[in-house]
Design a protein around this ligand. Structure first.
Ligand code: 13P
Length: 263
């Protein structure tokens, strides 16, 4: 049975002075044990959020990691530096592909560093609007997955608990979310690609999240799709009321899956 995961990507918001309070408030509103919950604050807020979440069953994730283990990379953060601060890491977010020219090759390197250091990756993929309108969305995402996973043993990625987040670029921060059925079709396509690459039992073991303008009001559209295992939330993840609603809805999905598995 695939896990249900709700991950909060705080992006470049909060400071070390206020992130702990927000994380503590959030944790108190998202106590839903059947759902894996992750908060990904900026690097400089990781320690504050880790401390605020002590005693809570909410994981901490970083928003990026460098593709090299160490060296002359001013301003960057290696996977080893995240030890004790984060257990998850977002890799290949479209904002980093866009603003930091991250290539599939670099993203593959980042996955390697995450695995070497025991970090659980959330690998982001997603097409641009013209790709979707031109009927190329699945081909683009297939290419991103092949690029990111190349050079990796799928079984090692599966054992590391890799999660894919399908985030259509045109849906991020725009208030224009994908249709649940389209996101579901993409989740199936992602598993088909993974399966072709040798992923062990992708249908059962590869979690796929949806991201892009997810809110408490629209999350059900995605969580009622059996192919979708949760959400990677941006703007709404800074609002405790929104996260409370999103995680509560995810709890319903998790319970329904447990009941189906038990029957
Ligand atoms: P929004 O939820 O703000 O659209 O952001 C989605 C996202 O990029 C999460 O990684």
């Amino acid at each position: 049975m695939r896990p249900v995961v709700i991950a909060a990507n705080w992006k470049m918001n909060t400071t070390p002075a206020d992130a702990g309070d927000l994380a503590r408030t959030m944790a108190g509103r998202i106590r839903e044990p059947g759902v894996e919950r992750v908060i990904c604050p900026p690097f400089v807020c990781l320690a504050a959020v880790r401390d605020a979440l002590s005693g809570e069953d909410v994981a901490v994730g970083a928003q990026d990691v460098h593709h090299e283990a160490a060296g002359a990379y001013t301003g960057d953060t290696s996977a080893a530096m995240l030890a004790g601060l984060a257990t998850w890491v977002i890799i290949g977010h479209s904002e980093r592909r866009r603003d930091h020219a991250e290539t599939d090759e670099r993203i593959s390197g980042k996955l390697r560093r995450a695995l070497e250091n025991g970090l659980r990756p959330i690998l982001c993929v997603g097409e641009q609007l013209d790709d979707r309108e031109g009927g190329r969305a699945e081909a683009v995402v297939d290419g991103q997955l092949r690029g990111a996973l190349s050079g990796h043993e799928p079984v090692a990625l599966a054992n590391a608990g890799l999660v894919v987040a399908y985030e259509p670029v045109w849906a991020i921060g725009t208030g224009r979310n994908a249709a649940g059925a389209d996101a579901s079709a993409m989740a199936e396509a992602i598993r088909t690609t993974a399966d072709g690459l040798g992923w062990p039992d992708a249908a059962e073991t590869l979690p796929v999240l949806y991201g892009g303008s997810v809110t408490a009001a629209n999350v059900a559209e995605f969580l009622t799709e059996p192919a979708i295992d949760g959400a990677l939330v941006g703007g709404a993840s800074l609002k405790p009321d929104e996260m409370a609603g999103i995680v509560a809805r995810a709890g319903l999905t998790a319970n329904a899956r447990r009941q189906t598995a038990a029957s």
